[in-house]
Design a protein around this ligand. Structure first.
Ligand code: BES
Ligand code: MN
Ligand code: ZN
Length: 500
């Protein structure tokens, strides 16, 4: 998708459709007013009739509006003009607009939505979010179909802007494209079925990514390497699978060497059957998404490298299948993690924490500023927060606050849960240093409590994305979350003198 900026007159602008804001009480935005004038009142007449009145969430497509070169006009209800919109409200309006235009199969569209006032947000942010919304709405996953869909994909998006905003809008577009392409990579990888997206496939993807982007370096450890490092916990999950596990590292250096990196650790279970503690059959196919954390790490590293951020970032991905087999780990088995701590595996379906704990111990070697892990870790998180917020836990308040506010700004929100010592008791085991499950209560918290036992040496946060990484039902598919949250966090770490 090409994105460009257009200054000046809307009348001569050629497009399949131009989206223009209108507001509650039948008010027209400046662009809507010029189209209304050029068409001798075509918009006012429709609005007066009450077909659309400007409330938030309304859209109405008008074909053949006289007096302008664009073939259609999409009226977009934006609510109260005076108050302006909150960032979140603006995103809802943008996504609806993008989806309407993309679903209509239009190839070349223009948006005048930059002229909507958004509280505490500038035009750079609006442009970035517009690029992201249209990139997301025009996303399609049809690699696995023998005949790809013939419906047109959006090819060109034009943003109507004021001259004074031009530079900021251009930066916003660059950021939106870089992040949007990262989101696409994340969605593509997560949507890919388990028989294609194996640990080996993830490793190859990392190596190819590093070949494509000269500022990225990929390293892949195999089973023997992990054995030498003493990763008994990670390897215990892989024992039940025919697919060899991989520990994948992507290193990006965009800042001076002495600047400590942000390390992102992504859960890469390419299929989670539950292992010997086999899952029930319903919706088990969705466990191909259990590597969404890993996919997110790849998406972020691609975006960071494409935008050449002036910081250092490392991605670490423990990748394996979780399968039942004669050689699989059994409930009651005790394994020794890389940290030396022993774990009684009471449920082989609590495998995410078993691979993450070794990856987290390993990650200390990068001398991190902070470590953030991203994992589809617990069904309990879906029960607690649904699909609107990722779960956030961690051992550092400043880091947690920074991630919460990044999520807020990015429209990719997280919500913090407590990580109190009181919950640690639930993990006690008579046979080992800890059990890998903590009972029915507070499942998301006890999972994080388990990880906390391996992250004492550094500032750490954990994002449980079980509810946010994909949608089920008719529109089943990966969302690409929380790439926008993490990119916002990383962008805020860049020196203010830096511009995209
Ligand atoms: N990958 C699942 C978590 C999951 C479940 C994500 C459903 C999204 C939807 C994880 O490996 C798992 O199976 N967790 C168990 C832990 C339990 C055995 C303590 C769970 O949540 O049921
Ligand atoms: Mn599981
Ligand atoms: Zn899992």
């Amino acid at each position: 998708m090409e994105i460009s900026i257009k200054l000046g007159s809307v009348r001569t602008l050629k497009a399949a459709c131009i989206a223009v804001p209108i507001f509650s009480g039948r008010r027209l935005s400046p662009t809507a007013q010029s189209i209304d004038k050029a068409s001798r009142g075509a918009l006012s007449r429709v609005i007066k009739r009450g077909d659309i009145i400007g409330n938030q969430g309304e859209v109405l497509m008008l074909p053949d509006v006289a007096g302008i070169a664009a073939e259609r006009v999409l009226l977009v209800g934006c609510g109260k003009q005076q108050e302006g919109l909150s960032g979140q409200e603006y995103l809802t309006v943008l996504n609806k607009t993008a989806k309407t235009l993309c679903d209509a199969g239009l190839k070349n569209v223009t948006s005048a939505l930059l002229e909507v006032t958004v509280r505490e947000r500038d035009s750079c942010w609006k442009a970035r979010q517009t690029a992201l919304a249209f990139s997301a709405a025009s996303y399609r996953f049809d690699k696995m179909k023998s005949k790809p869909s013939r419906k047109a994909l959006l090819g060109r998006l034009t943003l109507l802007a004021e001259r004074a905003d031009q530079a900021a809008v251009a930066i916003g577009i660059r950021l939106g494209k870089g992040i949007g392409d990262g989101v696409v990579l994340t969605r593509d990888l997560a949507n890919l079925p388990g028989n294609h997206c194996t640990p080996t496939h993830l490793a190859i993807t990392a190596v190819e990514l590093a070949q494509r982007m000269s500022n990225l370096k990929a390293t892949v450890l195999n089973e023997a390497d992990m054995q030498k490092l003493g990763m008994g916990s990670l390897l215990s999950v892989a024992h039940g699978s025919r697919q060899p596990p991989k520990l994948i590292t992507l290193e990006y250096q965009g800042g001076p060497r002495h600047i400590k990196p942000v390390v992102l650790v992504g859960k890469g279970v390419t299929f989670d059957s539950g292992g010997i503690s086999l899952k029930p059959g319903a919706a088990m196919d969705e466990m191909k998404f259990d590597m969404a954390g890993a996919a997110c790490v790849f998406g972020v590293l691609q975006a960071v490298a494409a935008l050449a951020l002036p910081i250092n970032v490392v991605g670490v991905v423990p990748a394996t299948e979780n399968m039942p087999d004669g050689n699989a780990t059994k409930p009651g088995d005790v394994v020794t993690s890389m940290s030396g701590q022993t774990i009684e595996i009471l449920n082989t379906d609590a495998e995410g924490r078993l691979i993450l704990c070794d990856a987290l111990t390993y990650s200390a070697r990068f001398d991190p500023e902070v470590i953030i892990d991203i994992a589809t870790l617990t069904g309990a998180c879906v029960i607690a927060l649904g699909s609107h917020a990722s779960g956030l836990l961690g051992n550092d308040d400043a880091l947690a606050e920074a991630l919460l506010s990044a999520g807020q700004r990015a429209g990719d929100r997280a919500w913090r849960l407590p990580l109190w010592e009181d919950y640690q008791k639930q993990l006690e085991s008579p046979f080992a240093d800890m059990a890998n499950i903590g009972g029915r209560e507070a499942g998301t918290i006890t999972a994080a409590c388990f990880l906390a036992r391996f992250t004492k040496a550094y500032r750490w946060a954990h994002l449980d994305i079980a509810g946010t990484a994909w949608t089920g039902g008719k529109t089943k598919g990966a969302t690409g979350r929380p790439v926008p949250l993490l990119m916002e966090y990383l962008l805020e770490r860049c020196p203010t003198s830096w511009v995209a």
